[in-house]
Design a protein around this ligand. Structure first.
Ligand code: SF4
Ligand code: SF4
Length: 310
């Protein structure tokens, strides 16, 4: 079978599994991105996320993910559609990506469906699925696979679709026909995200200092949030979408079409007082099966306390 036919089979089944877009690229070293990642780590932009230092070679070269890896299929699923409140003083904001079901579960299930269907047509194919579960540079691979470009806010911007996408990958052991990388500049003279970021986490050159980013501070950071950010979180309780909300590419973002990724409306109506009085039982009721469950009650309540001190 030709690489073009293999590519068509893979893409068809990934799209049939409910993904909005799919592109293919070779599992090779990401040499440019590797140097950029090295500089980013040297500057300490990763904060306490030491896992980003580990497996550096593997992270920048998908061929090392398993013996015989040749191709990477990158699959995008939109989660746009839920408008989060502006963050007035009575309505703390939980980020848009907190959907009714943990997106890792949804994407993995769908990718497994797609892989099973591909195997029926290509019995010799082997594939491994990754959704934030291994050292994979999903956004860089998505760019290589022709799906868009990274904007100054570091996020993948999909032409005509915006940036509210979850990314999953399947690494295959067969060569396929690859998509041409998108070489356009999605930002041009725009700097809306730089100006809007409350903590100054985005630099002119598009280097995102995760150690200053509210998403990192409220989700990834294990210790206390540093006092210098007091009053700077714009009422963001878990995650932050400000640099996406202001991005012109999201004015017509592609709507989410997957039922499990719909937003639980209760998250957007809870008052400040209700969050402050959240019990472990209510936390479980709201967040079991969602991405917030991974961070746990104690971390979540640390964020609530931090906002209270503003
Ligand atoms: S997510 Fe929020 S804090 Fe992080 S870079 Fe974007 S606007 Fe800044
Ligand atoms: S807001 Fe402007 S500068 Fe920032 S990512 Fe979007 S287009 Fe680029």
């Amino acid at each position: 079978m030709s690489p073009g036919e293999i590519s068509e089979i893979i893409k068809n089944h990934i799209l049939a599994a409910g993904f909005d877009r799919c592109g293919l690229t070779g599992a090779t070293e990401l040499s440019h991105e590797k140097e950029r990642l090295r500089r980013w780590l040297e500057r300490g932009c990763h904060g306490e996320m030491d896992y980003l230092v580990r497996n550096f070679e593997k992270r920048t070269n998908a061929s090392l993910l398993f013996e015989g890896a040749k191709s990477v299929a990158v699959a995008l699923m939109s989660y746009s559609g839920a408008d989060t409140p502006e963050g007035d003083s009575e309505v703390p904001v939980v980020s848009r990506y907190i959907t009714s079901v943990d997106y890792h579960t949804v994407l993995k299930d769908r990718l497994h469906q797609a892989l099973a269907a591909v195997k029926e047509e290509l019995p010799d194919i082997r594939g491994r699925i990754f959704v934030d579960s291994a050292p994979v540079m999903e956004k860089a691979l998505a760019v290589r696979a022709g799906l868009g470009r990274q904007g100054r806010n570091s996020l993948l911007i999909v032409p005509g679709g915006g940036s509210f996408y979850f990314i999953g990958t399947i690494v295959f052991n067969l060569e396929a026909e690859y998509d041409a990388p998108d070489l356009s500049d999605p930002c041009m003279s725009c700097r809306k995200c730089i100006d809007a970021c409350p903590t100054g986490a985005i630099s002119e050159e598009g280097f995102l200092n995760a150690a200053r980013c509210i998403s990192y501070l409220t989700v990834e950071k294990k210790r206390e949030i540093p006092g210098e950010f007091m009053g700077e979180l714009r009422n963001r309780l878990f995650g932050c979408d400000i640099c996406q909300d202001v991005c012109p590419h999201n004015s017509n973002s592609a709507p989410c079409s997957v039922e499990e990724l719909r937003r639980d409306g209760r998250l957007d109506s809870m008052t400040r007082q209700e969050w402050e009085e959240l019990t472990p039982e209510l936390f479980d009721n709201l967040f079991t099966g969602t991405t917030v469950e991974r961070c746990g009650y104690d971390t979540f309540m640390r964020n609530v306390r931090f906002l209270k001190q503003r």
